[in-house]
Design a protein around this ligand. Structure first.
Ligand SMILES: Nc1ncnc2c1ncn2[C@@H]1O[C@H](COP(=O)(O)OP(=O)(O)OP(=O)(O)O)[C@@H](O)[C@H]1O
Ligand SMILES: [Mn+2]
Length: 270
């Protein structure tokens, strides 16, 4: 015995739920039998849990992952604002539940990240595909040089109305979708040139080379971000689109919704 029993008893005392960041069946089995509600947070609901939060990205930072899981659990009303929750997740080895965090559900200010995927106009998997393209582009750049890119996703008709072409549209008569294997190559190629990609709710690439013309009035984004980020913020405020921006200058990927930055990640960490 370690004599640490009381300490660990306190850690689990009065928790309202366990957030389990794994799809491992035998681990889930233990928790399903215990007298506490268990929310599975994972990319798939392989264990067929009643309470499940779909994790659309591999969050490399534990805090971001927990935050996402909590926002999802709150949104689906598996937990309530004042609840204490125990999170079991991985820090050092992606296959090992090596980390226990006890946290109050409202301890974080909501980032809107969960909302970006689940309550947005475009399909969640489309948002996910676009983020992946941006991350990949950010990692590799174009022929070793950093590139920037701007993807506007969803509400494409309105976005097209609030923008104009900078050049011929290579996607004019095509039917390509983000997530198609060939698309990564095409998007990389076209991202060398100016303007934004416009993508439909369902993931069809509607246009490249669009110059966005939102109303710049009242847009409040961090200093140091330039016109590409301004255009992303403005367009997502004026339409129901979301936007994903890869910055050429600082290499970060940022997602915008309703005029605000809701996600900021470093492609090098993915
Ligand atoms: N309104 C717009 N619509 C579409 N694309 C735009 C718009 N404004 C800027 N861009 C694109 O962004 C590119 C970079 O512009 P700028 O440097 O001002 O943006 P930024 O926010 O600083 O982005 P980065 O961090 O990548 O430099 C431009 O060359 C252009 O291709
Ligand atoms: Mn710039």
């Amino acid at each position: 015995m370690t004599g640490l029993g009381d300490f660990f008893d306190d850690l689990v005392e009065d928790i309202a739920a366990v957030l389990l960041f794994t799809q491992d069946n035998s681990t889930y089995g233990h928790f399903a039998e215990a007298d506490v509600s268990t929310v599975v947070v994972a990319s798939d609901n392989a264990v067929d849990a009643d309470e499940f939060v779909s994790l659309p990205l591999e969050f490399t930072d534990v805090e971001g992952r927990i935050r996402f899981g909590l926002e999802g659990a709150l949104d689906q009303e598996f937990v309530e604002e004042g609840d204490d929750v125990l999170c079991l997740t991985q820090s050092f080895d992606e296959n090992d539940l090596d980390t226990i965090v006890r946290i109050r559900a409202d301890e974080f200010t909501r980032t809107g990240l969960y909302d970006l995927f689940t309550n947005s106009r475009p399909d969640a998997d489309v948002v996910q595909d676009v983020l992946e393209v941006a991350i990949e582009l950010g990692k590799k750049g174009q022929k070793g040089k950093p590139v920037g890119a701007l993807f506007v996703v969803g509400d494409a008709g309105k976005v097209m109305n609030k923008s104009r072409p900078l050049s011929y549209n290579p996607f004019e008569k095509s039917h390509v979708h983000v997530g198609d294997p060939i698309v990564n190559v095409m998007l990389k190629e076209f991202s060398r040139l100016d303007g934004a990609f416009v993508i439909s709710d369902g993931g069809k690439i509607v246009s490249a080379y669009r110059y966005l013309e939102p109303d710049a009035e009242g847009i409040d984004i961090p200093k140091g971000l330039g016109t590409r980020h301004m255009a992303a913020a403005g367009t997502t405020r004026d339409t129901n689109a979301i936007a994903v921006v890869l910055s050429e200058s600082d290499g970060m990927v940022r997602a915008f919704k309703a005029g605000e930055i809701v996600l900021e990640l470093d492609p090098e960490e993915y």
